[in-house]
Design a protein around this ligand. Sequence first.
Ligand code: GRF
Length: 209
Amino acid sequence: MATLKKLGILLSGRGSNFEAIADSIKAGRLQAEIAIVISNRADAPGLESAKRRGLNAVLIASRGRVREEHDADVIAALHHAQVDLICLAGYMRLLSPHFIQAFPNRIVNIHPSLLPAFPGMDAQKQALEYGVKITGCTVHFVDEHLDNGPIILQKTVPILDGDDVNSLSARILEQEHKAYSEAIGLILSGEVEIVDRRVLRKLSRSEGR
Ligand code: GRF
């Protein structure tokens, strides 16, 4: 049997995307293993959840620390765990360029809007206030700029007349939980490649020639 690819999960809070990834693995929908879960916050519910699941769950506190020094500790832990792919799952820290260069095209993030619309904080509120009729979520590679790297997968969510931030966020979150595992599966299977900014299926590219 082929060895399973190793995931490193970085989170700061609730951790529902982490839990959805862990559930996908448990259910056999995603062929991977979670080698390490790192939280930068001691009070992150996601950290407790990872411990309850018996995973290698580590606190590397960031408060009051210089970004580069904190990142260096996180990088060392990820190297030690020999991760193949790093998944940001509600990780509320900007990564230093050094971090991104340490794992080229090996860091992914999920964002609750259809990027490039509504990057940054409160993406669901931004979409609601702007008045768009369709929003959703995006799984993308991480580069030096905020919510900017090549897009792996997106799922759409309609905005209903009666929506408020809570109801909209909940419907987007349902799609996030599906999208993240799907995107990770695509990357780990080696079926996709990055061409300029586009993430393309290798198969369909050769068929299209
Ligand atoms: C999600 O909405 C995700 O898209 C954003 O942060 C939130 C994290 O939620 N990056 P959770 O901690 O995974 O429940």
